[in-house]
Design a protein around this ligand. Sequence first.
Ligand code: TV7
Ligand code: CA
Ligand code: ZN
Length: 414
Amino acid sequence: MIQTDSDSSRRVAYFYNRFIGKFQYGKEHPMKPKRIIMAHNLIVNYGLFRQMDVYLIREAQLQEIRKFHDPDYIIYLSQFMSQNKINFVKEYCSANNESVIPENLLEEFKLIIKWSQQQKIKTENSEFKVGDSPDNPTFSGLFSYCQLSSGASIDCAHSILTGQADIAINWSGGLHHAKKKEASGFCYINDIVLCILELLRVYVRVLYVDIDCHHGDGVEEAFYLTNRVMTLSFHQYGDDFYPGTGQLNSVGVGVGRYYSVNVPMKPGMSDEPYIEMFKKITSRVMQVYRPDCIVMQCGADSLSLDKLGGFNLSIKGHGACVQYMKSFGTPMILLGGGGYTISNVSRCWAYETGIALGQQIDQAIPSNDIYYDYYSPDYLLHFPIKQNVENRNKTEDLNKIVSTVYDYLSYIEN
Ligand code: TV7
Ligand code: CA
Ligand code: ZN
């Protein structure tokens, strides 16, 4: 392993729970939570976990989720809490006198009981339509999956705020499309918004950077009216690419005007132009905005050969963006997101865990990995990107985007 930075002394908190990898959106669905286990196994087998503080992910409580989401929407979703858990709580409450139930669990348990009784009424003629689109199916334990994903992102915020970590990582988070009362784009609960809201209890300014191939619409919308969060998304745009928002001129509203930054690009972006765009824009953003903390969504569907995304980045190119944000020395939270060619997703996030630790991991995939066969035929960390891909972005178009973003940023008063 090669040391890549002088400041390897940075403490990294890593959040994981293997249950997350066990949930299934559906056999044909492109979102595969299993990639989180695969990434974790690489992280373990590369020996990275020994250099971090590893925390077990807990489920976010209903009250915590309520900091952003609509209570009726949460009640609606909580019907997909694992029935085991509801039964457990009911049995626990009837077996114990309420005063015997630990204080910290009491309120949560009461809510679960109350809501599990209410849900029947609430879900009849519900305005919420989870399960209607194949993008957001209902599945066994759906709500527990959301609670784990968001519990980890909230705890990432806590580990930064308490000074226990300089960089916190939750590869099971980054579900940037979820709205206040609507599931969309494979996302149900917005762990990123919950994480940022927690950071805003202490910090004045938080920068959100999103390199998922899709626009980070849910996070943008949540903070569209405020200047305490700057949202910055790089994404594929045009030809009905999902979700269709994130135009260059969506800049925010009211005091939030110019605090939403969008970098829409056509398919085919490769390392060199992408990294150049990324550095030109983030360097100016850091200079103008001077955030107290950075939350970075590292969606891996911007990699070459992704099943949904149309960009052509290598793992090194994707990782260079993470490395660059780290170089500012600002506390940082790294979250997952999209990524649909799952062997490349796990490679990418293992590599970026190494970046957080200032360690360059070996090119050879550790042969003891139980998912070793997924890395055939080369069994290497860095896969060859797709050849003969046309970058449909002209240099002059990209330069125009940079200069427009610079103009917008110049309107921000210091
Ligand atoms: C963060 N693209 C999420 C990205 C969300 C993209 C979409 C699919 C898709 C869904 C499937 C499926 C699929 C091969 C791909 C307009 C539609 C078209 C559903 C078939 N195969 C993230 C969401 C995007 C579901 N949605 O940013 C089950 O592709 O384009 C759309 C919407 C209507 C619904 N149909 C697709 O990366 C985590 N969905 C196979 C089975
Ligand atoms: Ca994005
Ligand atoms: Zn995506």
